[in-house]
Design a protein around this ligand. Structure first.
Ligand code: C5P
Length: 409
């Protein structure tokens, strides 16, 4: 579990209303806690028919509130106190009935009352039968809520608990968790176009064999997610990995270094920031056998030729985007990383020790730029990616100001 106290912990009030999708809220609470969000749960009476308070209490480590008249809250003002101590309220699932109540400012239970009494953003994830969703009354209520500044997440279309198919399914727990985490991040790269390469490349030797490396793609995918959270439009060019891409990234799958270079070339002219996290194979076999090479008793020799350096190609374009490199070293981290940064003419390079980071969910990073070095102590890769994005945003802004004298203050 993430040590939330180390980071900028955000507090979320998670409200559950009556719907079969309430079971997904339990998993959502778990994902949010894992992501370092502090979750306080409030359930309506109907929600308690679908899942037990004990489940949410165990997952969040906090008592679950259900009662407007709860005497356990210090000032006996549960509807005020609970909504004052959070950065946002998410109602998931939000039933048709609860949506109607919100739209009309009705406040006859704890959750609807604290939504009305809130002074923080409100997000809702509708979940209901497709006819209920499509009903003009629900649609009117949704329009009214949007007009009131409420954020509506989903719903999705698909098979429903009632057996019908259509709009009204609540978004999946991982989608909601990703959306909430993004909601809490500052929009440091709003409107910027970011290209990220991630994962290993695979260089074929014959029809079924090849050379690759141990890169998992976790850091590159985390950088793509952090850039999206910061408001960027993200294209992720990925070598072969076993990861789900962030929901709103444009994913381009590639296999070899040359495929990756071709994909990068297609995108690069419209890109503001290029983050090259991929562990691109330095060499490929000079010739490949289209069939499976047969085993013999003799030893064989493979001849390799070096692959194009994608990052160097981009960094030396006549009008390059802001380029960020990664270096995974096994020794002399500082010396090797800084040498690499200078050779590839990069404004920023993030370096880590290969043996500590490959395949791990955590990393320790050192950032090298023209002003010196910055150590980012060990943290989950998504947190490191957020710190990296913050650093990129600040260097990018300085560089843009330097290039455009009109913006000098
Ligand atoms: O492999 P190396 O340590 O040189 O990688 C440093 C940086 O260069 C990384 O950001 C990597 O993505 C990039 N690179 C590349 N093309 C290569 C080799 C490395 O873009 N052929």
């Amino acid at each position: 579990m993430t040590d939330a106290s180390l980071f900028n912990t955000r507090r979320l009030l998670l409200g559950l209303t009556g719907g079969v999708a309430a079971y997904k809220a339990a998993e959502l609470a778990r994902f949010l806690i894992q992501d370092g969000v502090d979750v306080q749960t409030v359930m309506t009476e109907s929600a308690c028919h679908f899942v037990g308070t004990a489940t949410l209490q165990a997952l969040t480590g906090k008592p679950v509130f259900t009662d407007l008249w709860d005497t356990g809250i210090a000032s006996s003002m549960a509807h005020i106190d609970l909504s004052r101590n959070v950065d946002a309220i998410l109602v998931a699932p939000a039933s048709a009935d609860f949506i109607a109540k919100l739209a009309h400012g009705s406040a006859d239970d704890l959750l609807s009352t604290l939504c009305l009494a809130r002074d923080c953003p409100l997000l809702i994830a509708p979940a209901m039968n497709r006819q209920m969703w499509e009903n003009p009354a629900t649609q009117r209520n949704i329009v009214a809520l949007e007009r009131d500044g409420v954020t509506i997440l989903g719903p999705a279309s698909g098979v429903q608990a009632c057996g019908e198919t259509g709009m009204g399914r609540m978004l999946e727990a991982f989608e909601l968790a990703e959306t909430i985490c993004a909601f809490f991040q500052p929009k440091l790269l709003q409107g910027k176009r970011v290209l990220v390469t991630a994962g290993p490349t695979y260089e074929a030797i014959d029809a079924v064999r090849g050379i690759t490396n141990l890169s998992s793609g976790k850091m590159g995918y985390a950088v793509a997610r952090a850039a999206l959270e910061a408001g960027a439009e993200v294209t992720l060019i990925s070598g072969p990995v076993c990861l789900d891409a962030p929901m709103t990234a444009r994913l381009v799958n590639v296999v070899s270094a040359r495929d990756m270079l071709a994909a990068v070339k297609k995108e690069i002219s419209r890109i503001d920031i290029f983050v090259s996290v991929a562990a691109v194979a330095d060499y490929r076999a000079i010739s490949t056998n289209k069939q499976k090479t047969k085993k013999t008793e003799h030893s064989i020799t493979l001849e390799f030729i070096s692959n194009p350096d994608i990052l160097e190609y981009v960094a030396t374009l006549s009008r390059p985007p802001f380029c960020v490199g990664f270096a995974a070293e096994t020794e002399n981290l500082e010396r090797n990383a800084e040498a690499k940064r200078r050779k590839k003419k990069l404004p920023l390079l993030a370096a880590n020790l290969a043996q500590d980071t490959i395949g791990s969910d955590e990393s320790t990073l050192t950032l090298f730029d023209n002003e010196g070095k910055n150590d980012l102590p060990k943290a989950p890769k998504i947190e490191q990616a957020r710190r990296l994005i913050k650093h990129i945003a600040s260097l990018y802004e300085k560089q843009t100001k330097k290039i455009n004298p009109d913006t000098l203050t």
